[in-house]
Design a binder for this molecule. Sequence first.
Ligand SMILES: [Zn+2]
Length: 324
Amino acid sequence: MSLHRRHVLSLAAGAVVAPMVWAGGARAQAGKLSVVATTGMIADAARVVGGDLIEVRGLMGPGIDPHSYRQTRSDIAALTRADLVLWHGLYLEAQMEEFLLNLAGRQPVVAVGEAVPEAARIGHEEYEGRFDPHVWMVPDLWLPVVDRVARALSDLRPEDSAFFEANAQAYKDEITALGSYAEGVLASVPEPARVLVTAHDAFGYFGRAYGYEVEGIQGISTESEAGLARIRDLVDLLVARDIRAVFVESTVSDRNVRALIEGAAAQGHEVRVGGELFSDAMGLPGSYEGTYLGMIDHNMTTIARALGGEAPARGRLGRLAAGS
Ligand SMILES: [Zn+2]
């Protein structure tokens, strides 16, 4: 299915966008800006802010792991043709970084994740000067990224900057409201249960913002393998702290999470999967979970409910898929 989708997308991206000419108008209006974004979250921000003035192609669909994703031939064609390339940066797209930095010497390429001020970033444990890229997990931290997207579009089309800014402001208001919802439902989880065990370390910002202890089986990147010792330590933690739920992620194999559950069971401690979280990619295109707002609503709601807190089953707006 994803192959089919990619094919359709590449056809769409290959279509020539003819400049629009207003009938009888004095000036020829330029065509839609063509924007290519790496992650779904960035593509979503671009679509909302740019509205019908831009055409957005997102490279990484549902279930795609940005840490290991490498540009395909059709991606390269789209990237080099784009009026604007938006990527996350902060070493998220590790395999694409060299290509994108090179491209930045020739055309507008903006690492929008780096709009998060350095003081608000979490440093990488092992590499000095490197940061945890997973800033989208906390709505407030995503606000400067949305602003950066708007500024990048305005730089290319100053005449439309009021439109971009108005869209960005409305979007940021929604994101802020989602942040308040998250704070409320996450605070309803009993304090001892505020432990989030996931497949990889994508929830560091989440933990810091909401006062949760977070443990990823793999590190900040999925590039390093989790060792048996790490699994054993986490099993001990589950048993010692009486943690009943762990979470799988949409972009990471559930193999390690299953190993945790089996390890705990061997010690007589029952742990279940609390749900699937969208860590580094959004849900299916066209669904609520396939938007940034829906993805985060899903995560916050799922975590709160699985760990014994109170949250509406269908999320902040009653829009989450049933049983999600
Ligand atoms: Zn990640």
